[in-house]
Design a protein around this ligand. Structure first.
Ligand SMILES: *Cc1c(COP(=O)(O)O)cnc(C)c1O
Length: 370
């Protein structure tokens, strides 16, 4: 906690998940050591990037991979790649898209906001987002209609708990796009555990954040077919200049991939399940709330703890509990995203230490009636 005292910063307990405004994630020791070593070295950056690109492709089981600044930029650059291919002229022209396909079709409910709207990441490349269907649902027919325009660059799909509305299986949507000869970009920023599944949908490019569950420094990972990945990397001579991965990020990604490779997934899953079960048992014993484990809607391999508040007993609703947790010291951040209209908060315990979990329970006990 040295930096917090040095700079007078708020101490926090992050039960909100890999959230950018809170610093996203904790990197492990291997990543921290590798990053520190990288900072004082020079590299032939193209060579370093080649090594990381190959490691990333192996990790994902993809033909190819590359590292850019973050996933927001990975989305912009993936869209750019579908408009320019490896044409140096087109790459230099962006964001001027004269003479290029420029429509990016996406289901309306996939126009997620992760701090800004994903449609702005699309527009940043010079492309034009075209939403199909409604917030509530989209059908394959909606997609067919959107994709039959003459100027489509790609179909953009999102795999995230932020996605709204019902729709087709991703693989069905990908198949429709491919029947139209349109490439598909899938944004799975927090889906590093499921990147192989996202590739199996047939997507041409999948974007993932290095700094979310993988625990690297901020980095956007792009994996998929060799040609479009090469076209993403080629953007470094164009708009990608402003979205480049730093040497410490690339080295950090390599270390994070090694750490993930060495992770005993079954043991890790059991550890997460035990942590949630223990928290739910202890929180459930408090008055004014009930607690239950809930699985992740996208299929991430861990559960979260859901607290359902009974305002008649606790004398506060879920929003008041959330704000009371946040205004204490340390400031405890929980996840919104309980079911609509329900008095619920979610807690993601993945990066928390046992001492932090104890501190959350102590604070809950102080706030709730005895
Ligand atoms: C976090 C997130 C992003 C942005 O990722 P960064 O690496 O922070 O730029 C994009 N899409 C979704 C669905 C996300 O959850």
């Amino acid at each position: 906690m040295g930096l917090h005292s040095t700079y007078g910063l708020t101490r926090i307990i992050n039960a909100r998940g890999p959230y950018t405004p809170l610093g996203v994630s904790r990197s492990g020791e291997g990543v921290a050591t590798a990053v520190a070593a990288a900072l004082s070295e020079f590299f032939v950056m193209a060579e370093l990037q080649d090594v990381a690109d190959r490691a990333l492709a192996r990790f994902a089981g993809a033909e190819a991979g590359t590292v850019v600044h973050c996933t927001a930029s990975a989305i912009t650059l993936a869209v750019a790649a579908t408009m320019t291919g490896e044409s140096a002229e087109r790459i230099a022209a962006l964001p001027d898209t004269a003479g290029m396909p420029r429509a990016v079709v996406l289901p309306a409910g996939h126009a997620v906001d992760y701090g800004h709207s994903i449609t702005q990441a699309v527009r940043l490349a010079g492309a034009v987002p075209v939403a199909v269907g409604t917030e509530e649902a989209y059908t394959l027919e909606d997609l067919e209609n959107g994709l039959s325009r003459p100027d489509v660059a790609c179909l953009l799909l999102v795999s995230s708990r932020l996605v709204r509305g019902a729709g087709a299986e991703l693989s069905e949507a990908v198949a429709v796009a491919h029947r139209h000869g349109v490439p598909v970009v899938v944004d799975g920023a927090a889906q590093d555990f499921r990147v192989d599944q996202l590739l199996r949908t047939g997507a041409d490019l999948v974007t993932v954040s290095g700094q979310k569950y993988l625990g690297s420094p901020t980095a956007g990972l792009v994996v998929g077919r060799a040609d479009p990945v090469a076209a993403v990397r080629a953007q470094e001579r164009g708009i990608g200049r402003a979205m480049k991965a730093s040497k410490e990020a690339v080295v950090g990604v390599l270390a994070a991939l090694e750490a993930r490779h060495g992770l005993d997934m079954e043991a890790w899953k059991k550890q997460q399940a035990d942590k949630v079960a223990d928290f739910v048992a202890r929180a459930g014993a408090l008055r004014g709330v009930t607690a239950a484990p809930v699985s992740d809607p996208t299929g991430l391999p861990f559960e979260r703890a859901r607290l359902t508040v009974d305002p008649a007993v606790s004398r506060m609703d879920a929003a008041a509990l959330e704000s009371a947790l946040r205004s204490g010291s340390p400031s405890i951040w929980v996840m919104p995203g309980g079911r609509p209209g329900a008095e619920e908060v979610l807690l993601e315990l993945v990066p928390l230490t046992p001492a932090e979990i104890d501190a959350v329970l102590v604070r809950l006990a102080e706030l709730l009636p005895t």
